[in-house]
Design a protein around this ligand. Structure first.
Ligand SMILES: Nc1ncnc2c1ncn2[C@@H]1O[C@H](COP(=O)(O)OP(=O)(O)O)[C@@H](O)[C@H]1O
Ligand SMILES: O=C(CO)[C@@H](O)[C@H](O)COP(=O)(O)O
Length: 506
């Protein structure tokens, strides 16, 4: 029997993941190729767009290496996703003007504050979102003020996933969920907003035409088809932003469904039928077109674990294969009691989004004694991310969801999932597939007609592989720790601001 295949290509904040989905609904391969972020100044986070394309080619080649020559020619379509908010500035020759400012860059506090104070109500009315340093509008506003030469040189702007996809089919376009992440797009009219564009003096033709995520946007170009060994008829499907692809792909496709994401960022998200008014939440259309998803997000979730591993467990890389280092740390953490014997971590390694919206917040460990080992600190890091997610969950006071799904690289650590379930006192379900590349492979498959609609696609392929129930005793310990965690913020945030000032001046 001969099968057909589609590929989902997701560029995350740390690397490119590819899922290869077969026409019988089986995921037959996946692959991951990482790339670095650059931190040229405190609070800045940038990436080089050139490496995204290289990573895509390497990850696709890895994900298709088990296919024979004929099977490779049966790759029917490729779909794409990447984080919201990341603009790639192109000059008249379509060359990249400067490194991309990433969504987790926090440099634009002054611009986002001014935009909020002067235009916040109108921006919220048009976009259902408020300016903060995450959004493209604020990045562009900063560039206009601080890099006028670069700004004048802008001919076109593409978003991260669209820039990558542009190398596959040469089409200058985006999708409406991606466009919503710019804060320049009228959410209800589904068009670029002349008012919002006027705030940064850019014309509409700088921005791409807007399509639906399942739309076909050309065929793969000859050079890429040859390089990857796939057919010249391979269809290129638009795709969408990573959070939209993940929330859909993990099977949360009904009003009232909830998802926790434990990736670089941590998200507490709910699927809604309306844009519930809460200026602390971010709001986007769901891939199921009649729905929305609303997020409360923490900046450094699994990224805190990655940071801790790199800084304090470097010795493990001599003993363990890279893929076994996180499981080994988790094994060590399991030996430490809940509450880490009174050690608390605030995960504000790059400021914080919900609920504080404060780019100057600093991370800290509080409560250390001579008894505390590095494994206590590691447990405190995992718990601190859990407290931060609990802070995020408080933004949804009316949610009564019985079960939530948990996704992202961090959900591979069972003890970490247990910690989150205990802190939130929440039943958690782990889906079989949990990343954006899987979600966007289903978007591509639907785009070429394998499924009649997106809901049918995900319902026929996705399933729950594990359930985690909260432990009430642990929840009580964590609740007391959470009270201290909250007070730590209110009693120390001004000191964070002073430290930020000192490091800016030195
Ligand atoms: N086995 C594991 N146990 C716990 N956490 C893990 C494990 N493997 C990876 N992680 C965490 O997941 C993170 C990567 O998550 P991922 O969803 O790939 O992030 P992103 O898509 O934002 O780049 C790592 O930085 C690490 O913190
Ligand atoms: O998911 C990621 C990064 O992994 C990003 O999409 C960020 O989380 C910012 O986007 P929103 O939270 O606004 O979707």
């Amino acid at each position: 029997m001969s099968y057909e295949y589609v590929l989902g290509v997701d560029h995350g904040s740390g690397g490119c993941k590819v899922t290869c989905l077969r026409s019988d609904g089986k995921v037959v391969a996946d692959a991951y190729v990482d790339y670095p972020s650059y931190y040229p100044h405190p609070r800045w986070v940038e990436q080089d767009p050139v490496m995204w394309k290289e990573a895509a080619v390497r990850a696709i080649s890895k994900a298709t290496e088990s296919l024979n020559l004929v099977e490779k020619k049966n790759v029917n379509a490729i779909g794409f996703s990447a984080p919201h908010h990341v603009a790639v500035l192109l000059d008249k020759d379509q060359e990249v003007i400067r490194p991309a400012i990433m969504w987790n860059d926090q440099r634009t506090d002054i611009q986002s504050k001014e935009l909020s104070e002067n235009y916040g109500d109108r921006i919220y009315e048009l976009t259902s979102n408020m300016p903060n340093p995450t959004w493209t509008l604020c990045h562009l506003s900063w560039l206009k003020e601080n890099e006028p030469n670069n700004y004048r040189g802008i001919d076109r702007i593409l978003f991260m996933k669209d820039y990558i996809r542009y190398h596959f089919s040469g089409e200058f376009c985006t999708d409406y969920i991606e466009a919503e992440g710019s804060l320049l797009f009228d959410m209800r009219k589904r068009e670029w907003s002349p008012f919002l564009l006027s705030l940064i003096d850019l014309k509409q033709d700088v921005f791409p035409p807007v399509y639906a995520p399942t739309d076909q946007v050309g065929l793969i170009n000859s050079q890429m088809a040859e390089q990857l060994g796939v057919s010249h008829d391979t269809k290129i499907i638009m795709g969408t932003a990573d959070t939209a692809a993940e929330i859909f792909g993990c099977g949360t496709v009904n009003e009232g469904d909830g998802v926790i994401k434990l990736a670089t960022a941590g998200n507490f998200s709910m699927v809604t039928a309306n844009t519930q008014k809460n200026r602390n939440l971010t709001t986007y259309h769901h891939l199921i077109d009649t729905l929305y998803y609303q997020n409360s997000a923490t900046n450094f979730a699994a990224a805190s674990f990655r940071w801790f591993k790199e800084q304090f467990y470097a010795d493990l890389s001599e003993k363990f294969d890279n893929s076994l280092i996180y499981p080994e740390i988790i094994r060590q953490v399991e030996k430490i009691k809940p509450g880490a014997e009174g050690l608390i971590f605030q995960p504000y390694l790059n400021g914080e989004r919900s609920p504080h919206w404060d780019p100057h917040l600093r991370a800290s460990f509080f409560g250390c004694t001579a008894r505390h080992s590095r494994n206590h600190f590691a447990r405190a890091v995992l718990e601190g991310v859990g407290y931060s997610l609990r802070d995020c969950s408080l933004q949804f006071p009316n949610s009564s969801t019985k079960k939530m799904r948990i996704i992202g690289g961090g959900s591979k650590g069972r003890e970490w999932v247990q910690i989150i379930a205990d802190i939130l006192q929440q039943e958690l379900e782990i889906p079989a597939y949990h990343d954006a590349s899987f979600g966007v492979s289903l978007v591509a498959a639907t785009g070429i007609g394998w499924y009649t609609n997106l809901r049918e696609a995900v319902n026929s392929v996705q399933s729950v592989i594990h359930q985690v129930s909260p432990n009430i005793k642990n929840h009580e310990i964590y609740s007391e720790m959470f009270e201290i965690y909250q007070q730590l913020h209110s009693q120390t945030f001004k000191l964070s601001h002073r430290l930020a000032k000192i490091s800016q001046n030195t």
